[in-house]
Design a binder for this molecule. Structure first.
Ligand code: CA
Ligand code: CA
Length: 264
């Protein structure tokens, strides 16, 4: 009797999960570099919610604040940042970098949202407060494309940069705002993905700068160019729900892997 009840309960659960399934995103976990939900709310570690273990270290004293989804991190624009251990040559083929940003001031100098120093794949706000993405090409020249929206002070706005091996695109709130076809692919880059600033000193380099006076939430890096549809699923549902709703469709191992709800 107990077994039958258990089976009945499981069936009900499966049916209800199928009914609530609502995602269209299909991202193979091999393309996930790292997912930092920034939901810890305490401590000096920003956990990677993917299975890759690219946990970030809080440098300086960024503050845990209310994020766009759950908690987020507020950076002071002076010496706060997060350093992750993620380095990859795969980003020379394709990438997506995305995050929510809430500037604390009107942005007037370029700041780092997330990316790799020394011309590695980057998502920034430029000196006009517009999202900008791109990289240093293997010929040493820069290929960066800005969006058109000025990120307003005190408001969460979403930014994403993608590269599919041919074209760089920048999206704001899921809307494509700029494209650029670089003449060459990204050059090699040995720096880690960092959030809120660059500090090469942590990895044997010398440059430090571009600190963001902003709160940042839900940072993710993929080694594939997400589509506008996938970006909009993530923006609407949040990274965690977007990942879980795909998982609930039964494609757990072939899509987002086992996303961990750190701090939730
Ligand atoms: Ca500080
Ligand atoms: Ca969060």
């Amino acid at each position: 009797m107990k077994t039958q009840l258990t089976i009945a309960c499981l069936c009900l659960m499966i049916v209800s999960l199928m009914l609530t399934e609502q995602s269209s995103a299909l991202i193979d976990e091999q393309f996930i570099a790292g997912i930092w939900l920034l939901d810890e709310g305490t401590g000096k570690v920003a956990m990677d919610s993917s299975e890759n273990g690219n946990n970030g270290e809080l440098i300086g004293d960024p503050k845990w604040v209310a994020g766009k989804f759950g908690k987020g991190l507020e950076f002071d624009g002076k010496d706060d940042m997060v350093d992750t251990p993620y380095v990859s040559e795969e980003q020379q083929s394709a990438f997506t970098i995305l995050a929510w940003i809430q500037p604390s001031i009107a942005i007037s100098t370029q700041i780092v949202v997330a990316g790799r120093s020394n011309g590695g794949p980057q998502l920034n706000l430029n000196g006009s407060g517009k999202a900008m993405t791109g990289f240093k090409m293997d010929n040493g020249q820069f290929a960066h494309v800005p969006g058109t929206t000025t990120f307003p002070k005190g408001k969460w706005t979403h930014a994403a940069g993608t590269y599919d091996g041919s074209v760089i695109k920048v999206y704001v709130d899921g809307v494509e705002e700029g494209t650029l076809k670089p003449s060459n692919p990204p050059g090699k880059n040995a720096y880690t993905v960092q959030i809120g600033a660059f500090d090469e000193r942590l990895h044997g380099g010398g440059y430090v700068g571009q600190f963001a006076p902003a709160a940042i939430d839900e940072v993710a890096v993929f080694n594939i160019a997400l589509t506008a549809k996938e970006l909009n699923t993530i923006i609407t549902q949040g990274l965690y729900r977007a990942a879980m709703s795909v998982s609930l469709s039964g494609k757990l191992t072939s899509t987002w892997g086992n996303i961990k709800a750190n701090g939730r």
